[in-house]
Design a protein around this ligand. Structure first.
Ligand SMILES: C[S@@+](CC[C@H](N)C(=O)[O-])C[C@H]1O[C@@H](n2cnc3c(N)ncnc32)[C@H](O)[C@@H]1O
Length: 329
């Protein structure tokens, strides 16, 4: 199985995710403490995120599952024939993607599946599932950060590319990063290539908030795992029971902001950094953005980055859209 995936090294880190220590140092040294949500996903984070996707409040996964199930024929038609690189950025456990993979295999589409994810455990799990279920399918997993994945994509000019970016992963970027990422994606692809991007749409505020603050507290565990990860991997001594998960919906910006709030002043020593960071009582640590989009936002983002919108697939309640764009060069 290990020959079916590899770790893409970037310029500064020993391996994907190797920037963890320096990013934690940087984020905890800021006046408003913040750590990128990409570090929420280690093996334990992956496991907890799978539980989140099963929660009654977390509508996103069910909506996108319905969209892909109901539109796989149409998606196949859009792809046409020939040899295709089916690349998935931030693939996670790939459960929804399997709907497409199975369908494409049955219909004889010639493709190679290339899931890319920063989490090595996610890629390992995904490759194992592919080997179990679809042993005839060509698959190559890459453990890499999105932007390193784009560099790899830029070298793929032999085949047509179809890029999946599901789950509203795009909502985790800041607005500036979104523009940068989409421009980079456009530039890495060939004229005529297709991308399918999942966007969570703006809707009733309570519905959105419940999805990020579930009644069973799984999202809280998921976010708190970031502190456990720092304790495990970097020799930190965060006292987890003194932090609480808190999320707010900034309606004007259309974004859920998730924080871990310290409820008792503490000094946190991180051994591998040789540093101590002071958390005041009620001090928030920002851990995730989850942007929500209007239909106009989606169209504008496509246009600004040089894509043509080909088709919009909605779930039956119009909570979520999978938008198919074509690269225009
Ligand atoms: C919210 S989960 C969604 C997974 C999947 N796309 C889905 O819809 O079920 C986000 C996934 O993206 C990966 N990820 C997050 N930030 C990343 C980054 N900057 N580069 C590469 N992968 C990233 C995580 O490891 C995780 O597997």
């Amino acid at each position: 199985m290990s020959d079916k995936y590899r770790i893409l090294k970037n310029d500064n880190a020993e391996a994907a995710g190797g920037d963890f220590a320096s990013d934690v140092d940087d984020g905890l040294s800021r006046p408003q403490k913040s750590i990128s949500s990409k570090y929420l996903y280690d093996a334990e984070g992956d496991r907890l995120f799978q539980r989140i996707m099963e929660l009654p409040e977390y509508y996103l996964t069910r909506c996108e599952y319905e969209i892909l199930r109901d539109n796989r024929d149409r998606i196949l038609l859009l792809l046409g024939g020939g040899q295709i690189n089916l690349v998935e950025l931030g693939a996670g456990d790939g459960k929804k993607t399997f709907l497409l993979l199975e369908h494409f295999l049955e219909r004889g589409l010639q493709f190679r599946y290339v899931p890319i994810d920063i989490s090595e455990s996610a890629i390992q799990g995904l490759i194992a599932s592919c080997c179990d279920c679809y042993d005839q399918m060509a698959v190559e997993g890459l453990v890499a950060e999105y932007f390193d994945g784009l560099k790899w994509l830029a070298s793929q000019n032999q085949r047509r590319n179809f890029v999946l970016f599901l789950g509203s992963n795009i909502g985790n970027f800041t607005r500036a990063e979104t523009e940068l990422f989409l421009r980079g994606l456009h530039d890495a692809l060939n004229d005529g290539d297709l991308v399918l991007i999942g966007f969570d749409l703006k809707k009733d505020v309570n519905r959105i908030k419940d999805a990020y603050d579930d009644s069973q507290g799984v999202t809280a565990q998921f976010n708190l795992n970031l502190l456990s990860r720092i304790n495990r991997e970097l020799g930190g001594d965060f006292k987890l029971n003194q932090f609480e998960h808190h999320c707010i919906y900034n309606e004007q910006m259309g974004v859920i902001e998730s924080y871990l709030v310290c409820n008792k002043r503490q000094d946190v020593c991180i051994e591998s950094l040789g540093k101590t960071f002071c958390f005041e009582e009620k001090e928030p640590l920002h851990v995730e953005y989850s942007h929500k989009f209007s239909e106009e936002d989606v169209a504008q983002l496509a246009q600004n980055a040089g894509f043509r919108v080909v088709e919009q697939f909605y779930d039956s309640d119009r909570l979520f859209v999978d938008s198919v764009w074509q690269v225009i060069k």
